[in-house]
Write a protein that binds this ligand. Structure first.
Ligand SMILES: [Zn+2]
Length: 377
């Protein structure tokens, strides 16, 4: 098996480009754009404001090459602030509870969320919650990410529901009789990020983009970002302000913070929760589950700057994307069914020798080998 070094992982433009073409094919087949509008698209912005934004940033001189001029293109007006940003957990939960279905203020405050150094554009803490095995060192690590798009409220509902379920797994975990015991779901370490884009969610009305008007799920430093992100936005989305990738990769504090989480936590799996297209997507090395709850596996490819592209192709960490069927709500029985199916898949992965070895190596900083490299045809 080839060892994948960070330098080699970054050099995958051909494969990334091929996957973008799959989306083009899907578009011709009449499929909805993956992670498309969860609510009606906002108005388009006028050219003078775009010019003003470009001039203010000192970019795109008239003699610049076409690709540089494209990089300077930007939607103009970020969402206006609705009210003062919540800066402590009590305030944050108080804002979330009436807005997000299934969130109870008291349960939110007691959920174990902690704030590290991460802040949104408007200064809202980016809360996370680690649920660790009661029996010692984890055998597999999962980073679950919700609310990357602020108008996909049901993804936040799922995160809180699964935080509670993961605590339940640990509360009922039995001690291992020996170190040779096969791993179980109680050996999984979770890092939950229930809301990466608080500025978007707490805006009235909620927005997909962050407070700078950037689609965070197009802002990751994928191998194809410099070449494709702005042209894709300009030509394929016709400068849809809901899909603006930013003026450069990692231009946003929220996306920079998420990369820190990936680099610090070394997940063996990233679960990224979206809505409302009702499918299961998967990018990365191991076999994907065929379904999660009522969500059927339906690979749709990746986009320049997307987390699936960055995690699955650049970092070689598999990214499981859940596209819930409704951005505003998710039924309790569906939350339970998806959790059960994911637990079953995790159990299979942990007891697959190749994946298990990868998970164990990942516990040692600097020695991580992340599965087999993808073939580049
Ligand atoms: Zn989304």
């Amino acid at each position: 098996m080839k060892r994948v070094t960070p330098g080699r992982r970054a050099a995958l433009p051909t494969l990334a480009g091929r996957k973008v073409n799959l989306n083009v094919i899907n578009a011709f087949r009449g499929r909805p754009d993956h992670e498309a509008a969860a609510s009606p698209a906002p108005r388009r912005h006028s050219a003078p404001i775009v010019v003003a934004a470009v001039l203010a940033l000192g970019l795109a001189p008239l003699a610049a090459p076409a690709n540089v001029r494209a990089r300077a293109a930007a939607p103009a007006k970020p969402p206006a602030a609705a009210s003062a940003p919540p800066t402590d957990l009590g305030q944050w939960c108080a804002r979330l509870a009436p807005q997000v279905p299934g969130i109870d203020g008291a349960a939110c405050r007691a959920s174990g969320l902690v704030a590290g150094s991460g802040r949104s554009v408007r200064g809202v803490p980016l809360w996370s919650n680690d649920v660790l095995p009661a029996n010692g060192a984890p055998r597999f690590k999962v980073l679950l990410l919700s609310g990357i798009h602020g108008d996909e409220l049901a993804s936040v509902t799922l995160a809180f529901d699964w935080i509670a379920r993961s605590h339940g797994v640990q509360a009922s975990a039995m001690p291992h009789p020996s170190k040779a015991t096969r791993p179980t779901i109680a050996d999984v370490a979770w890092r939950f990020v229930p809301l990466l884009n608080p500025d978007g969610l707490m805006h009235s009305p909620s927005t997909r983009v962050n407070a700078h008007g950037v689609d965070l799920n197009r802002n990751f430093p994928t191998a194809d970002w410099e070449r494709d992100a702005q042209p894709y936005w300009i030509k394929r989305t016709r400068k849809d302000p809901r899909r603006f990738p930013g003026l450069r990769p990692l231009s946003e504090p929220e996306s920079r913070w998420l990369l820190e989480q990936i680099d610090q936590f070394h997940p063996d799996l990233i679960v990224s929760v979206h809505a409302p297209y009702g499918l299961l997507d998967f990018d990365g090395p191991p076999p994907a589950p065929r379904r999660l709850g009522s969500l059927q596996l339906d690979p749709v490819g990746v986009y320049p700057g997307s987390l699936g592209n960055y995690g699955g192709l650049v970092k070689n960490v598999p990214v499981m994307t859940l596209e819930l069927k409704n951005a505003r709500a998710v039924p309790a029985n569906e939350l339970s069914a998806m959790w059960t199916d994911l637990q079953r898949w995790l159990n299979e992965q942990m007891n697959n020798p190749g994946v298990q070895a990868s998970a164990q190596r990942s516990l040692v900083p600097g020695t991580r080998t992340i599965g087999a490299p993808r073939r580049i045809d």
